[in-house]
Design a protein around this ligand. Structure first.
Ligand code: ZN
Ligand code: ZN
Length: 413
C-alpha cells in the first residue's frame, strides 16, 4: 500500500510540475511576444516621429532660407577645408536656370580638389564646388527655351562655345573656351545660359535624380571607350578600379567586349565582377599585372585595347606593355602637372601601336550617356554606395580618402 500511495503522490507531483512548467513557459512566451510587440511598436513609432521631425525641419529650413534669400552651400576654403555656409540663393539672369539640387555626387576630381585645395582650371577658393548633379528647376530666366519650373533636369558641368576652331571641327571637348560650372554641393545651383542651351537634359520620370547625376562621369567613360575604336569581340583591359575605371569597364562589358579589370583592392574586385568583368586581375604590382593580363590572351599576345584610368605615369607605361601588335592604348587618367613617361619607341613603331588620350566629353556624348542610364541596362545604383547630408561633406571626403570600397556618395542637401 505505501508503494501505491507513493506512486500516486509521485505521479501527482509530476503532473503538477508539468502543468507548472507549461504554465511558466506559456507565461514567458506571452511576456516575450508582448515585450517584442511593444518594442516593435516603440521602434516604428520612434522612426516615424524622427522622419516627420526631419521632413518638417527640412521644410522649415528651406522655407526660412528661401524667404531670407539664403541657402546652405559647401564652400571650399583650402586644403581639406570645406565649410557649410549660408550664402545668397542665386537668381536667374537671362537664359539661366536655378535648380534645386536633388542629388550631387562625389567624384574623383572633387576629392583631388579637396586634397589640394584648388583646381588650376576649375576652382580658386573660396568657392562653391561639386559638379555632378541633377535636380528640379525652380526658376527659369528670361528667354529660356525648353525648360520650365518643376522640370527634372541634369545640368552638365561644362559647355563648349560652339564657335572656336575645335568646336567647328567637332572636338568640343577641346573647346578653347570651355565654360565650367561648380556649386552642386548646395541647396540650389545656378546653371549658366550656355550650359542651359547646350548641356542640360530632361530626366525621364522613371529615372531617379541620383542616377541622372551620373551622366557627366558616364559621358567621360563612354567617350574614352568609343575613342579607343573598339571592334566586336575585342578584349579590353581597364587599369584602375576607381569610379571611372569601373564605369569604362561596365560600358565595355555592355558593348559585348571581353573585359579584364586590373584593380588593387578587395572591394574593387567585387564591384568589377558585378559590373561585368570577364576576368579580374588583382595586384598593385605592375610587372605582375602585365604578365597576368597577357596570359589571359591567345598566345600571350596582349589585349586589343588597354585603357589607363589611374592617372599615374607608371600605369601609362604599363598600359603600353599590355597591348598586342596593332593594339590601341588610351591614356584616360590625367596625371599630375609636370610628369613624364618613358616609352619604347621600337615597340611603338614596329608593333604599330595607336596611342590616344581621351579628355572630357561633348554634348553628343552626354546625350548618349543619359540614354544609357534611362535604358536601364546601365547599373546606375551600383555606382552609388552611400548617401549623406550636406553637413557631412567633410567626413564623406575624409572617408573617400581612406576607404577604397566606396564608389560615389550621393549628397542630398
Ligand atoms: Zn566628376
Ligand atoms: Zn569652342
Amino acid at each position: 500500500m505505501p508503494n501505491k500511495a507513493e506512486g500516486a503522490i509521485q505521479r501527482g507531483r509530476t503532473k503538477v510540475e508539468d502543468v507548472l512548467k507549461v504554465g511558466l513557459t506559456t507565461v514567458e512566451d506571452v511576456l516575450s511576444v508582448g515585450r517584442n510587440t511593444v518594442e516593435e511598436v516603440l521602434h516604428v513609432g520612434r522612426n516615424t516621429v524622427e522622419d516627420v521631425i526631419q521632413v518638417g525641419r527640412n521644410t522649415v529650413e528651406s522655407a526660412r532660407n528661401l524667404s531670407r534669400g539664403t541657402m546652405q552651400a559647401a564652400v571650399l576654403h583650402g586644403r581639406e577645408d570645406i565649410r557649410i555656409e549660408q550664402v545668397p540663393v542665386p537668381e536667374a539672369a537671362v537664359g539661366e536656370l536655378i535648380v534645386r539640387v536633388g542629388a550631387a555626387l562625389t567624384c574623383g576630381t572633387d576629392l583631388k580638389v579637396f586634397r589640394r585645395g584648388y583646381h588650376a582650371r576649375m576652382i580658386v577658393p573660396p568657392a562653391l564646388f561639386g559638379h555632378e548633379l541633377a535636380g528640379t528647376v525652380v526658376e527659369a530666366g528670361e528667354g529660356v527655351e525648353g525648360f520650365a519650373c518643376g522640370d527634372r533636369v541634369v545640368a552638365l558641368n561644362s559647355a563648349p562655345c560652339g564657335e572656336c576652331y575645335f568646336c567647328a571641327r567637332g572636338q568640343e571637348n577641346l573647346c578653347d573656351d570651355l565654360l565650367f560650372n561648380n556649386g552642386a554641393y548646395a541647396e540650389f545651383i545656378r546653371i549658366p545660359a550656355r550650359i542651359v542651351a547646350k548641356n542640360t537634359l530632361l530626366v525621364p520620370p522613371h529615372v531617379p535624380l541620383e542616377h541622372a547625376a551620373l551622366t557627366e562621369p558616364l559621358a567621360c567613360a563612354v567617350h574614352g571607350f568609343e575613342d579607343s575604336h573598339p571592334r566586336p569581340g575585342d578584349t579590353v583591359a581597364i587599369i584602375g578600379g576607381g569610379p571611372l575605371g569601373l564605369m569604362i569597364l561596365h560600358v565595355a562589358a555592355l558593348a559585348g567586349c571581353t573585359t579584364i579589370a586590373i584593380v588593387k583592392h578587395d572591394g574593387q574586385v567585387e564591384a568589377a565582377r558585378q559590373l561585368g568583368a570577364t576576368h579580374v586581375v588583382q595586384t598593385a604590382n605592375i610587372r605582375k599585372a602585365i604578365r597576368e593580363t597577357r596570359a589571359l590572351t591567345p598566345n600571350g599576345q596582349g589585349v586589343d585595347i588597354a585603357i589607363e584610368a589611374v592617372g599615374v605615369p607608371e600605369a601609362w607605361e604599363e598600359a603600353v606593355e599590355m597591348v598586342r601588335k596593332g593594339g590601341t592604348v588610351n591614356f584616360f587618367g590625367g596625371c599630375a602637372v609636370g610628369t613624364n613617361v618613358k616609352l619604347d619607341t621600337n615597340r611603338l613603331h614596329y608593333s604599330d601601336i595607336t596611342l590616344r588620350a581621351t579628355f572630357h566629353h561633348t554634348p553628343e556624348i552626354c546625350r548618349k550617356a543619359m540614354e544609357l542610364i534611362s535604358s536601364g541596362r546601365f547599373q546606375a545604383s551600383a555606382f552609388i554606395t552611400g548617401h549623406a547630408h550636406l553637413y557631412e561633406l567633410n567626413r564623406v571626403f575624409e572617408k573617400l580618402m581612406n576607404r577604397s570600397s566606396e564608389i560615389k556618395t550621393a549628397i542630398v542637401p
